[in-house]
Design a protein around this ligand. Structure first.
Ligand SMILES: [Zn+2]
Length: 306
C-alpha cells in the first residue's frame, strides 16, 4: 500500500510516500504547482470561473448547478461539462501543471448531477449524436478524459489519476461516468470518501470492496477527511476513527490511502495523535491481514520522525 497527504498547503510532510497539493480546488483558486508534489485539479467544479462566466453554469429542469440549489448535492458551482472554452483552457492548464509537478489527480470530471446539462448547446449536441441521453453524456465524459489523459500521460509523461465520486452503482446515470471507459485512460483511480466522522466504518469497507470489484486491475486510492479549511476540530473525525477505518479499508483491498488536511501542521498533529493511540493500535492488530498491518506499520514509522 501507498500513503499520501492531500493538502491545501504546498508543503511536504515527512512519513508519507508522496504529497498531493490542491493546486486548483473546487473553489477555483489556482496556486503554483510544486515540482516535488503531485497536483490535484477540479475541472468543472469551479467557483471562480462560474463567477466570471455565469452563463457557463450547468443547467437542469431543477435549476442551475449553483451551490445554493438544494435539489442537488452541489457544494460548489458546477460548469456545463461541454463548455468548449473551459474545456480547451483546462486542457492546456492541466498539461502545464503536469509538466511542473509529479503528476495530475483530477476531481470534478463529469456532469454536475442527474438531469444535467440541459443548456441549448448540450441539447443540440445530444440530438445530433443520435444516442440516448445517458449514452451521449457518457460519450462526452469519456472523450474529454481521453484528451486529458493524452496531455498528461503522452505529452507531459506524468502520472495520471482520475477521481470519481463514491457511488459505485449510479455514477453513470448521475454523472455520465462509466468506469470501464475510464480504466484504460488512467493509471489509478481516486475515490474521495470525505466524512465529518467515520463512526460506522462498515459502509466504507463495503464501498472499498465494491470499487475494487469494479476497477478490476486499476489501483484504487481512497481519500479520508482529517480536517478541512475553517473546521472546528470538535466536528472532525477522531484519530481513532481514522485509524480504524483505514485498517478496515486496507483489509478490504484498498491500494492507497490519502489523508486530507488544510495545513501541513495539522497533518503532523494527526500523526502525533495516531502514535498516542496505543490501545487502538494494539486492538487493530487483530483485524486481520497483511494490509491492515501496513497501516499500523505506517504509524509505527512515524514514531521516529514526528
Ligand atoms: Zn450544457
Amino acid at each position: 500500500m501507498k500513503f499520501g497527504t492531500y493538502m491545501f498547503e504546498a508543503k511536504k510532510v515527512p512519513g508519507f510516500d508522496y504529497d498531493l497539493f490542491r493546486v486548483k480546488p473546487e473553489v477555483g483558486r489556482r496556486m503554483p504547482p510544486k515540482a516535488d508534489m503531485h497536483s490535484n485539479i477540479a475541472i468543472f467544479g469551479d467557483n471562480v470561473t462560474a463567477r466570471l462566466h455565469p452563463d457557463w453554469i450547468s443547467q437542469s429542469d431543477l435549476g442551475p448547478a449553483w451551490r445554493t440549489n438544494d435539489n442537488f448535492n452541489v457544494r460548489w458551482e458546477v460548469l456545463c461539462a461541454t463548455q468548449p472554452e473551459h474545456r480547451a483552457e483546462q486542457l492546456d492548464y492541466i498539461e502545464d501543471v503536469a509538466r511542473k509537478s509529479q503528476g495530475i489527480w483530477l476531481n470534478s470530471i463529469h456532469f454536475a448531477e442527474h438531469g444535467h446539462c440541459t443548456c441549448p448547446r448540450c441539447k443540440d449536441l445530444w440530438k445530433k449524436s443520435g444516442l440516448s441521453w445517458y449514452e451521449w453524456r457518457r460519450k462526452e465524459v469519456t472523450e474529454y478524459m481521453a484528451q486529458v489523459s493524452d496531455r498528461v500521460r503522452n505529452r507531459a509523461k506524468k502520472k495520471f489519476v482520475i477521481g470519481v465520486l463514491p457511488d459505485p452503482v449510479t455514477n453513470y446515470e448521475r454523472f455520465g461516468v462509466n468506469f470501464d471507459d475510464l480504466a484504460p485512460l488512467t493509471d489509478e483511480f481516486l475515490v474521495v470518501m470525505f466524512n465529518k466522522n467515520y463512526a460506522t466504518p462498515w459502509y466504507n469497507e463495503m464501498l472499498t470492496r465494491n470499487f475494487k470489484k469494479l476497477f478490476k486491475d486499476v489501483p484504487l486510492n481512497i481519500a479520508l477527511y482529517v480536517i478541512g479549511p475553517g473546521d472546528d476540530p470538535k466536528e472532525t473525525p477522531t484519530p481513532a476513527e481514522l485509524l480504524t477505518v483505514s485498517v478496515r479499508m486496507a483489509r478490504a483491498g484498498v491500494d492507497g490511502l490519502l489523508y486530507l488536511t488544510d495545513k501541513a501542521a495539522q497533518m503532523q498533529e494527526f500523526q502525533k495523535a495516531a502514535i498516542a493511540l496505543t490501545d487502538v493500535r494494539e486492538r487493530l492488530k487483530s483485524y486481520g491481514g497483511k494490509q491492515g498491518q501496513e497501516v499500523l506499520d505506517l504509524v509505527t514509522s512515524w514514531e521516529k520522525i514526528v
